[in-house]
Design a protein around this ligand. Structure first.
Ligand code: HEM
Length: 415
């Protein structure tokens, strides 16, 4: 398929390489959407000038991105320049998140077996109760019109949910935030600076030791929580993974679970507060909370960058991607492909076709999607019923990460 017309109406179009470079700039990180629109005008899969970045192609069209995510000939990629000496790379690279078949499926099965829809459904009352409890804390802090940080709630809900699920004590949840952030910063576009690498390595070592202690503890004092079941399976030789793989996967499971969900909550609150009629709709019809979660994810994907490497020559949307090429898949751009969603830039939880690629697709589809959706429904369902006058108390500040799109500060008044 030939590339669509690339004229953006403002003179000559820029090449895709310069748009991708602009994505890494401060302005591009804050607001990548106009750059996504520029890429859409160039075509669904755009070749990049050799040497301009580690990537050979950028994939921004919805159908092409979905096809690439489902195609296991596109191998997962930990980094364009892996150095096995780095602790952070060893830990991340040991998990399902950065593995290909058959190892990926061998590990994924272990976690899919414990994250069953039945177990998750049984978990829903706890998620609703925890949401109510954390909103109580927010109400106390925001008593008498005091300004409170919504990011505190948005962090605490998903980290406490995953911690409770795994059996991590609540007193430890704050300890994870900074360590996870350091690893996420390293994974971001431009995050491979020596200082960021050193910080990420230290965080990976500390998290490794934490999970190793947790496993040892379950051996001494068997418990019926998720880590207890995983250790039991490990020691009875039925799990199919070894102890270091269990540690690496626990590290990635926790890391993957909460910044993404925290971002869903902050992105969602900002979008919903911008349209008071939607908040009224949500109050009248709590079922709209589920649609709101999907539309927030479509409009502001929590994960914006997914890297893959072509393990063989692959034809995609009329482009020939040579073996060994690195490709940059942009789920947030794909979700706004005008060929997929009419009026794609408009946030509308009432829209009919709420499909998005924010949880990935195919064999690597997010294992925690059901849990994240449950948390989003609980938060958006309860928040506006409980605090009808909730409002922003100042400008929300976006996090500088392009990889993980969300906020680092969102001051609110509960009304
Ligand atoms: C709004 C919240 C979330 C978003 C947007 C999100 C997004 C994603 C995406 C895009 C992928 C696919 C990456 C790829 O194709 O390489 C993924 C995979 C994964 N996610 Fe999530 N995630 C979320 C919440 C969670 C939660 C709550 C958990 C844990 C309970 C989790 C655990 C994982 C794991 C372990 C994988 C790797 C799956 C595999 O390799 O097969 N995620 N997630």
């Amino acid at each position: 398929m030939p590339n669509r017309s690339a004229n953006n109406g403002a003179g000559l179009p820029r090449p895709a390489s310069s748009i991708v470079a602009a994505l890494g700039s401060e302005q591009g990180r804050r607001d990548p959407m106009p750059l996504f629109a520029e890429l859409h005008r160039l075509g669904p899969v755009c070749p990049l000038t050799p040497g301009s970045s580690p990537y050979g192609f950028v994939i921004n069209g919805y159908d092409a991105a979905q096809e690439a995510l489902k195609d296991i000939r596109f191998h997962r990629l930990l980094t364009a320049d892996p150095d096995p000496q780095d602790a952070v790379l060893r830990r991340l690279g040991g998990s399902m998140m950065f593995r290909n078949e058959p190892d990926h499926l061998r590990m994924r099965k272990v976690f899919q077996a414990v994250l069953t829809p039945r177990r998750l459904t049984g978990f829903e009352p706890m998620v609703e109760a925890l949401t109510a409890e954390l909103l109580d804390d927010l109400a106390k802090a925001g008593d008498n019109g005091q300004v409170v940080e919504f990011t505190d709630f948005a962090y605490r809900l998903p980290i406490t949910v995953i911690a409770t699920f795994l059996g991590i004590p609540r007193s430890d949840v704050d300890w994870f935030k900074d360590r996870t952030q350091r690893i996420d910063e390293y994974l971001d576009l431009g995050g491979k600076e020596p200082a960021k690498l050193a910080a990420a390595n230290q965080a990976a070592d500390e998290l490794n030791d934490y999970y190793a202690r947790m496993i040892a503890d379950r051996r001494l004092r068997p418990r019926d929580d998720l880590v207890g079941s995983l250790v039991h399976a490990l020691d009875s030789g039925t799990s199919g993974i070894d102890e270091q793989e269990l540690i690496d996967n626990l590290l990635v499971l926790v890391n993957a679970s909460f910044v993404t969900t925290m971002n869903l909550l902050t992105n969602g609150l900002e979008l919903l507060l911008a349209d008071p009629t939607l908040i009224e709709d949500l109050r009248d019809d709590p079922a709209l909370a589920a649609n709101s979660v999907e539309e927030v994810l479509r409009h502001q994907s929590s994960v914006q960058l997914i890297s893959r490497k072509a393990s063989t020559e692959i034809e995609l949307a009329g482009q020939t991607i040579p073996e060994g090429s690195l490709v940059l898949i942009l789920p947030g751009a794909a979700n706004r492909d005008p060929a997929k969603h009419p009026d794609a830039d408009t946030f509308d939880p009432h829209r009919d076709d709420l499909q998005h690629l924010s949880f990935g697709a195919g064999p690597f589809f997010c294992v925690g999607a059901a849990l994240a959706r449950m948390e989003g429904r609980a938060a958006f369902g309860q928040l506006f019923a409980r605090f009808p006058g909730i409002e922003l108390a100042g400008p929300a500040e976006r996090s500088p990460s392009l990889l993980l799109r969300g906020h680092r500060s969102m001051p609110i008044r509960l009304g």
